[in-house]
Design a protein around this ligand. Structure first.
Ligand SMILES: NC(=O)c1ccc[n+]([C@@H]2O[C@H](COP(=O)([O-])OP(=O)(O)OC[C@H]3O[C@@H](n4cnc5c(N)ncnc54)[C@H](OP(=O)(O)O)[C@@H]3O)[C@@H](O)[C@H]2O)c1
Length: 340
């Protein structure tokens, strides 16, 4: 398979989100997860995405449990050389903010250093290819956090730096401290706010984009049932809760385009992202995840799917039809569009 580049980092043109291999949307066993990874990597999907907060919580843990990273370790012990490995730090429920309120981010330099060492230890690797700040910390200037991440690059623990859910302004400030290789934020047919500021800034600065939840956490594929999402946090969101019925019209439009190409909804959703990114002058590498290896192989089919102007026009209309925001927490500032 051909590779594509995020900054100077060569990766597979579609990556794999390992969060799907933990409990969040249903879960699976570690053995089954690693079997899935073997099939996926055999097929050429070698850009793997994890984070220290992914995975089943551990009793008594006072910070990110790191169980998704631990699941990956035996797999990496066998196939590290084939993988472009991305992980993240900075989301934690541990610290309490100055106002005494519960806090879910930590961007202090000392925390960046200890989180990186902890991830390296759990993953059992000498370096991380792409290390992301998972969320900017409102109490720590992004320059300070990225300065600490730059020291991790100098120390050889990290090869490239990424940022998740940054605003365009935060991205510019961070990029002035150390080159940013990729932004990872939610971007899909029904989550398009990043196109207003963040994506154009990536295009201008030559920074890659890694769209997370590119299948709308499964919704856009048309394979989810309401019962399925009622069992996890998705059922509590407006988009997949009270607006479930209304939002089915989105799935219908994607299905019409898919039928026209003898493709699946997932392939159309991913092909749309790649086309849209190209229109906006940015390199995008989506990272869909699945517990089912055949679905990841199916997702690769998006690379061969060409959408024409008529398809793009029909799919573009989805933007105006979405009921509910993409934010999954009450704090509007949790995602970039809430801060710009
Ligand atoms: N930076 C951040 O803040 C952030 C936030 C969220 C996610 N992420 C990253 O982005 C990755 C992807 O996001 P995501 O997992 O939230 O959402 P997603 O990739 O949009 O959707 C994942 C869901 O889609 C299903 N799926 C995948 N391929 C399919 C196909 N071809 N047909 C039908 N269903 C399919 C999977 O279900 P099955 O397992 O049942 O197949 C899974 O539940 C995560 O794994 C994580 O690495 C990052």
């Amino acid at each position: 398979m051909t590779t594509t580049t995020l900054g100077d980092l060569a990766v597979s043109p579609i990556g794999f989100g390992c969060m799907a291999l933990s409990h969040v949307y249903g879960g699976t066993t570690d053995e089954s997860a690693r079997a899935t990874l073997n099939t996926v990597v055999d097929a050429g999907i070698t850009f793997l995405d994890t984070a220290d907060v992914y995975g089943e919580p551990r009793d008594g843990a006072t910070g990110p449990a790191g169980t998704n990273e631990e699941m990956l370790a035996p797999f990496l012990a066998a196939r590290r050389d084939e993988i472009q490995l991305a992980t993240k730090f900075g989301i934690t429920a541990v610290r309490t903010g100055a106002d005494g309120a519960g806090k879910r981010t930590d961007g202090r330099p000392e925390y960046a250093r200890s989180a990186c060492d902890a991830s390296l230890g759990r993953l059992g690797v000498e370096s991380i290819d792409l290390y992301y700040l998972h969320r900017p910390d409102p109490d720590v200037p992004v320059e300070e956090t990225v300065g600490a991440m730059a020291e991790l690059v100098e120390a050889g623990k990290v090869r490239y730096i990424g940022l998740s859910e940054v605003t365009a302004n935060e991205l510019r400030r961070a990029h002035a401290v150390h080159p940013i290789t990729a932004v990872q934020s939610e971007w899909s047919l029904w989550s398009r706010d990043v196109e207003d500021h963040v994506v154009p800034t990536c295009a201008e600065l030559g920074i890659g984009f890694v769209p997370y939840s590119p299948l709308g956490r499964g919704f856009l594929t048309g394979t989810l049932t309401r019962d399925q999402v009622a069992g996890d946090f998705r059922g509590g969101t407006e988009r997949m809760g009270e607006a479930w019925g209304t939002n089915q019209r989105i799935v219908d439009i994607i299905a019409e385009v898919a039928l026209r190409h003898d493709a699946t909804n997932a392939q159309v959703a991913l092909a749309w992202l790649l086309h849209r990114a190209s229109q906006l002058g940015v390199t995008a590498v989506p990272i869909p995840g699945s517990r089912k290896p055949e679905r990841s192989l199916e997702n690769l089919g998006a690379l061969d799917l060409t959408l024409d102007a008529e398809d793009m026009g029909r799919l573009d209309a989805i933007r105006t039809l979405v009921e509910g925001t993409r934010n999954i927490v009450d704090n509007p500032q949790w995602i970039s569009s809430g801060r710009e």
